[in-house]
Write a protein that binds this ligand. Structure first.
Ligand SMILES: Nc1ncnc2c1ncn2[C@@H]1O[C@H](COP(=O)(O)OP(=O)(O)OP(=O)(O)O)[C@@H](O)[C@H]1O
Length: 651
């Protein structure tokens, strides 16, 4: 459990009785209550005087201002808070959620709920801080290494961009120097793979944009540069096109949608500017501004040394060293071996993995079935300091509810009928390593409490055992369900959700990264040609085109199965027809926000039914639906049960 004794808590609650109950129970648990406020004004005063470590925050308070107003102030001051709320209406809760609280306690609450919620909040906050501190330290080391590299400055600048990528993602980075003599050189780096960038210097830009040097200079001359770090979403970026013709050119030429401007002041009234461009309409937010603040000095040190060197590519006599198309020392081939694709959505996932892997924080991988969640979980483990320790996987959907308990925690001999031997559970097996809880959304509610306790207390008890056993396990959980929706509908515990959701990674569905389809298809073609001993050379343009228009409800797994089947059926060394399932047009569905659980279930149901029909309702063995769907038959069975699929369901 977290050390409460050092934690000062401020209670902001206008109902005296509730505030008093909270004070008593928190004091009994060892917390120090540094004040009770019934309005935002009073809370601000107490914060100023007492600097609490944590705030428990009611939404409706005395006075005009609400807890949500105070929340923004708390975020600015980096004071974590947990909401106390009665069952407010949905729109208020939505507003509250946007302020990124560390948890919610719903009134009326039990003593246990409050203590657990606070404990999770402290854990989450500490993990956040740990992440932030680690970020700074890691970047500091990288920058020092880059400065010392035996390479030209253009290459070093590209390495700086690459070092920033996990924190400030970009698809195009332009770096410019603003100086007294109005020299506005810019140099660009286009991301073309994981740790792979192409340099776009002035000459390349002229060729790509079909503009002469003086035309580009004129566009740059018209631009105004911000004094402070600023971000623009798609609309804001477009609205400023008139005053910023150079940004318009870059945005349109490279199909970018948002921008983060990061100025770093240097000596002698100069400043170096980093323009991060993203393909998402809202790639940047206030968190990136905080990162800019944190990294400013570090990047400033690098830039100062660079511009003082006569060989700098930016400065009064720029020395530009031509085109680089360079990968970092370790490429995706090393770090993400066998994970095919270079779409910006997948590259963002790689960035997240690289960021979180070295830490011990829990990771929650979200995404539809077959998007590669398990693959990513393995990578996180193998890129972490635990890589030589066990990686243990539990598929929560494949286990009957009655067995999950003993599977996870183990049992002693004779602890229940059928327990003939002592069993070591998965938690113990994963000791010092990583435990991957796949399909975490399927864990029954009763077990969720137990799992939460184990995660907090880091010790387990085997069923029928008398002693507790200490475990040191990193948790990676995955689900294809919308867990927020599961929480809202009472099937998943809010506290467990908050405990697991410390670092979410969202796997994009294949239909949102269609540019990866040809590479994936070729990858599977090579694998299955080799397996079947057929020398298949490729797929026709027509086949690739039809694959691009298909929606892939089963994602990469479905693509893999389709290629496997096509290779088996191929009569020549070239695949020029492919049996894509017939599909009615469906509206695009995004997984996280606004996802409609019903639709996803329906989707899964349709997909399974299609496979069952294709296999004549055979589930097990060769030619069975389980093999077609690349699922263990037990998983398929439990999915069918959950989705209510029986043969009579099929009309
Ligand atoms: N980027 C990728 N490159 C190559 N193969 C991939 C990639 N992503 C996934 N695969 C393959 O696709 C199949 C499905 O991947 P995986 O089991 O990791 O998905 P999942 O999201 O965990 O699915 P589920 O939710 O059904 O458990 C596996 O055979 C995996 O090896």
């Amino acid at each position: 459990m977290t050390d409460q004794l050092s934690k000062k808590i401020l209670i902001v609650e206008d109902e005296y009785i509730i505030a008093d109950v909270l004070r008593n129970l928190l004091q009994n648990a060892g917390y120090d209550i540094c004040g009770i406020a019934d309005s935002v004004d009073e809370a601000l005063e107490l914060i100023e005087i007492n600097r609490p470590n944590f705030v428990l925050l009611d939404i409706y308070l005395k006075g005009k201002l609400t807890g949500i107003d105070l929340a923004n102030q708390l975020t600015e001051e980096n004071i974590p808070f947990v909401y106390l709320s009665a069952n407010s209406n949905q729109s208020i809760l939505e507003e509250a959620k946007k302020t990124n609280p560390y948890g919610f306690i719903v009134k009326p609450f039990r003593e246990k709920d409050v203590l657990v919620a606070l404990d999770i909040a402290v854990y989450r906050h500490e993990n956040n801080l740990e992440n932030k501190l680690r970020q700074n330290a890691a970047l500091q080391k990288k920058v020092a290494r880059i400065i010392d590299l035996q390479a030209d400055w253009t290459y070093k600048l590209m390495q700086i961009g690459q070092a920033l990528q996990p924190y400030i993602p970009f698809e195009y980075l332009s770096v410019g120097l603003k100086s007294n003599d109005n020299n506005n050189d810019e140099i660009g780096f286009m991301r073309i793979g994981f740790e792979e960038y192409q340099t776009i210097g002035p000459k390349e830009l002229m060729v790509i944009t079909n503009k002469k040097s003086y035309e580009l200079s004129a566009l740059k001359g018209k631009s105004t540069w911000e004094q402070l770090a600023t971000w623009y979403d798609e609309k804001e970026l477009q609205a400023a096109f008139n005053e910023q013709p150079m940004r318009k050119l870059i945005t349109e030429t490279f199909s970018m949608k948002s921008l983060l401007v990061f100025p770093v002041p240097l000596s002698g009234n100069q400043a170096i500017y980093f323009f991060f461009y993203g393909r998402r309409p809202d790639a940047y937010d206030s968190d990136h501004l905080i990162l800019c603040d944190r990294f400013r000095n570090l990047i400033g040190d690098f830039a100062q040394i660079m511009v003082s060197d006569s060989k700098s590519p930016l400065g009064s006599n720029p020395v530009y060293n031509g085109v680089h198309r360079t990968a970092g020392r370790e490429t995706s081939a090393d770090l993400f071996a066998g994970i095919i694709g270079s779409s910006h959505l997948l590259l963002n996932v790689f960035d997240n993995v690289q960021q979180v892997a070295p830490a011990d924080s829990s990771v929650l991988i979200l995404g539809e079935s077959g998007t590669g969640k398990e693959r990513i979980a393995e990578r996180i483990h193998y890129l972490s300091p635990r890589k030589s320790k066990p990686f243990i996987k539990v598929n929560c959907a494949a286990l009957p509810a009655t067995l999950i308990d003993s599977e996870l925690f183990g049992h002693e001999k004779g602890s229940f009928t059928g327990a003939f031997e002592r069993k070591i559970g998965r938690f113990e097996q994963a000791h010092t390593g990583t435990l991957f809880l796949d399909e975490i959304g399927e864990i029954p509610l009763e077990l969720q409490v137990k799992l939460l306790r184990v995660l907090q207390e880091k010790e387990i008890e085997r069923i029928g055992g008398r002693t507790t056993i200490k475990t040191d396990v990193r948790i990676i959980a995955a689900t294809n369900r919308n867990l927020e929706m599961e929480v809202a509908e009472g099937r998943f515990r809010l506290d467990l959700y908050y405990r697991l959701n410390v670092f979410p990674i969202v796997m994009p569905p294949l239909r949102e990264r269609k540019e990866d389809i040809p590479a994936l298809a070729n990858h599977f073609l090579i694998i299955y040609s080799r397996k079947t001993g057929k020398a298949i050379k490729g797929l026709s343009e027509k086949v690739l085109e039809s694959m691009q228009t298909y929606r892939w409800p089963g994602n990469i797994r479905e693509l893999e199965n389709l290629i496997e089947r096509s290779v088996l059926l191929a009569k020549s060394d070239f695949i020029d027809t492919i049996a894509l399932p017939f599909q009615t047009e469906q509206p695009a569905m995004s997984f996280i926000a606004n996802a409609n659980v019903q639709t996803m279930k329906e989707n899964e149901k349709t997909h399974i039914l299609r496979a069952l029909n294709e296999c004549g309702w055979k589930i097990w063995g060769p030619g069975g639906a389980a093999r077609l769907l690349n699922l263990p038959p037990t998983t398929l069975n439990s999915k069918m049960k959950k989705l209510g699929i029986t043969r009579s369901f099929q009309k």
